[in-house]
Write a protein that binds this ligand. Structure first.
Ligand code: ACM
Ligand code: ZN
Length: 511
C-alpha cells in the first residue's frame, strides 16, 4: 500500500497578461511542492484540479456507502440521485464504509461552479455554492475512483473551479447525421471532463436535421440524401428526440446550443422550398452538395418570406432549447447570388445599404432583433462582424482570433474556436494534442479589461471527412482532454507530460 506524504499543488488563478505576471507565476510555481509520480497517479483527474492536497490513508467506497444530503433542498436531489445510481452501478467487491455528504453552503469561500472535495477515512464531503459545483465534485470523485481501483479513494482535500464559463464541443450533425444515442453518449463524456456546452450544428447544405412542425418538409425532404450516394445515414431529430437530449444534458449541467445556418450553407432548404433562394430554382441544387467548402446559392435577403420562414423556424427551435444563445451560423455566405438578384439589389437600395456585406449585416440584425424579442441572444461565426455587428450579438471566432478580439473590444461576448487549435476535423499532424494543450483562449493582445468578454472556447468537429462514429471519436479524443484542461485549469500548472500520463489512465473511461 502506498503511503503518500503530505504534499501540495497550488495554482495561481490569474491569467498571464504580461511578462511581470509570467515571472510572478513562475516564482509561485517553483515555490510549490509537487507530488511525486506515484502520488500523481492517485490524483489522475482531467481536468487537473486547481488545488489538491494529498493526505495519508484512504476512504473505502462500496455498495453500502451512504449518500447524505439535505432532503429539503430539491436542487441537490438530482446530483444525489445520480451519485446513488453511480455507486449502485459500480459493482464493488466490498461493502465499503462511511458516507458521502453533499452540502450547499452559500457562504462558502468558493467560486462559481467551484467545489471543495474533502476525502477522509470515514467521510467524503463535497461542498459547493450551487448544485453545478456538487456535480463537478462528483465527477472528480468518479475519476478518482477509476484511477484507484477497489473503491479506495485517497484521503485528500481538493478546491476546484473552472477558469472559463464556456467549455464546449460542436458536433456537426448535418454532414453526417449523428444518431441520438451517440449524442447522449457525448453528453456523458463531456460531463465526466466538466465540459458544459454541446453545440449542435443541425443544418447545412448536406442535410436539415431537426423536425420543424410548421415546415414538415424540412425533415422529410431536406434530411434525405440523393439516392446516388447509397450508404449515407439519413435522418433527423424529432422534437421529442431534442427534448430528450436537452433534458439529459441539463441533468449533466450541459447547455445544448442549437445552430440553424443562414444565410449561407442552406441549399438543403431549397430542395423543399426553392422559392427561398435567389434563383428560386430547385434544379440548381441537385445532386446535393457533398464536399467541404461552400455553395453559391444562399437564402435570398431581398425576399421577406425568407425572414418569416426563419422566424417561424427559430420560434420552434427556441421553444425546444432553453439555451441563452441561439446560433445562426452566418459564415461563408458568398455574395454572387445576391449581386445577381433583383430582390436583393432592391433591398440594398431601399435600406440605403452600401453593398452585399451590409446586406448580410441587415439580414443578421433582423434575426438578432427577433431572437432578442424572444428573450435570447444571437451568436454567430465571425463573418457576422462584416458590414457591422448586430447590437447584442456574440461572436464565435473561427478564422483565427482577430474576429474575437474585434468583437471583445466592442464589448461583445466571444467564444474562441480558431482553426489553429480548435478544429478537431483537422489531422493530428496539423493540430496535435500538445498544440491544443498550448492554447490560451484570451489573446495576449486583448487589453485585460476586455478579457472578460471571452466566455471561453470550444472544439469544432465537422463531419464531412470523418463519417463514422469510430472515425469521429478518434478525431475528438484525446484532443478533447487537452481542451477540457485548457478551459478549466489555470495555465500556470499546465504540464503536457503529466497530461499525457493522465490521458493514459483516462482513455479507458471514455467508452
Ligand atoms: C466554419 O468553419 N465555416 C465555421
Ligand atoms: Zn436574392
Amino acid at each position: 500500500m502506498l503511503r503518500p506524504k503530505r504534499s501540495t499543488i497550488k495554482v495561481g488563478c490569474e491569467l498571464l497578461k504580461n511578462s511581470i505576471l509570467t515571472i510572478l507565476s513562475f516564482l509561485f510555481l517553483i515555490s510549490c511542492k509537487q507530488v511525486d509520480n506515484s502520488e500523481n497517479r492517485l490524483v489522475s483527474v482531467i481536468p487537473k484540479p486547481q488545488s489538491a492536497i494529498l493526505h495519508r490513508g484512504y476512504f473505502s467506497l462500496g455498495s453500502q456507502t451512504q449518500v447524505k444530503f439535505d432532503l429539503a433542498n430539491l436542487s441537490i436531489k438530482s446530483v444525489a440521485d445520480q451519485t446513488i445510481e453511480w455507486i449502485r452501478t459500480c459493482n464493488f467487491s466490498e461493502a465499503g464504509k462511511g458516507t458521502i455528504e453533499l452540502l450547499i453552503d452559500n457562504q462558502a469561500d468558493l467560486k462559481l461552479s467551484g467545489y471543495r472535495l474533502l476525502v477522509q477515512k470515514r467521510r467524503i464531503r463535497i461542498t459547493a455554492k450551487e448544485p453545478s459545483g456538487l456535480f463537478y465534485g462528483i465527477q472528480t470523485l468518479r475519476q478518482l475512483m477509476a484511477a484507484n481501483p477497489g473503491g479506495k479513494i485517497p484521503c485528500l482535500d481538493i478546491t476546484d473551479y473552472p477558469a472559463f464559463g464556456w467549455r464546449g464541443l460542436m458536433l456537426d450533425c448535418s454532414r453526417t447525421f449523428l444518431p441520438k444515442a451517440y449524442i447522449l453518449k457525448y453528453i456523458d463524456r463531456l460531463a465526466l471532463i466538466k465540459m458544459n456546452v454541446l453545440h449542435l450544428h443541425l443544418t447545412d447544405d448536406q442535410g436539415w436535421r431537426i423536425e420543424i412542425r410548421k415546415y414538415p418538409e424540412l425533415a422529410r425532404i431536406c434530411s434525405n440524401f440523393d439516392p446516388q450516394y447509397p450508404g449515407e445515414v439519413n435522418g433527423f431529430y424529432t422534437q421529442d428526440d431534442i427534448r430528450e437530449i436537452v433534458a439529459y444534458a441539463s441533468k449533466n449541467y450541459i447547455t445544448v446550443v442549437p445552430e440553424i445556418e443562414m444565410p449561407g450553407h442552406s441549399t438543403e432548404i431549397f430542395a423543399a422550398y426553392p422559392d427561398l433562394s435567389c434563383k428560386g430554382n430547385k434544379s440548381v441544387i441537385f445532386p446535393y452538395f457533398k464536399g467541404p467548402g461552400v455553395t453559391g446559392d444562399i437564402l435570398c435577403a431581398g425576399n421577406d418570406s425568407v425572414y418569416v420562414f426563419m422566424e417561424n423556424v427559430l420560434r420552434e427551435v427556441i421553444a425546444l432549447f432553453p439555451s441563452e444563445y441561439i446560433h445562426i451560423g452566418g459564415d461563408e455566405a458568398p455574395k454572387e447570388s445576391w449581386q445577381n438578384c433583383r430582390k436583393c439589389q432592391n433591398r440594398i437600395q431601399s435600406e440605403g445599404l452600401k453593398g452585399e456585406a451590409e446586406l448580410q449585416s441587415y439580414f443578421i440584425r433582423r434575426m438578432e432583433k427577433f431572437i432578442h424579442s424572444q428573450g435570447r441572444k444571437l451568436i454567430g461565426w465571425d463573418e457576422i462582424l462584416e458590414g457591422g455587428l448586430a447590437e447584442n450579438a456574440a461572436v464565435m471566432s473561427w478564422r483565427g482570433v482577430q474576429g474575437g478580439i474585434d468583437a471583445a473590444k466592442m464589448g461583445h461576448s466571444v467564444v474562441m474556436s480558431p482553426t489553429s487549435h480548435c478544429y478537431f476535423d483537422y489531422s493530428y499532424e496539423t493540430t496535435s494534442t500538445e498544440k491544443v494543450y498550448s492554447y490560451l483562449p484570451v489573446p495576449k493582445e486583448l487589453p485585460i479589461e476586455q478579457s472578460k468578454f471571452i466566455l471561453g472556447a470550444q472544439a469544432n468537429m465537422w463531419t464531412h471527412i470523418a463519417r463514422t462514429e469510430t472515425a469521429i471519436d478518434a478525431q475528438i479524443f484525446p484532443r478533447l482532454f487537452a481542451l477540457a484542461e485548457v478551459l478549466w485549469t489555470n495555465p500556470v500548472v499546465r504540464d503536457y507530460a503529466d497530461l499525457e500520463r493522465r490521458i493514459g489512465v483516462k482513455s479507458a473511461e471514455i467508452k
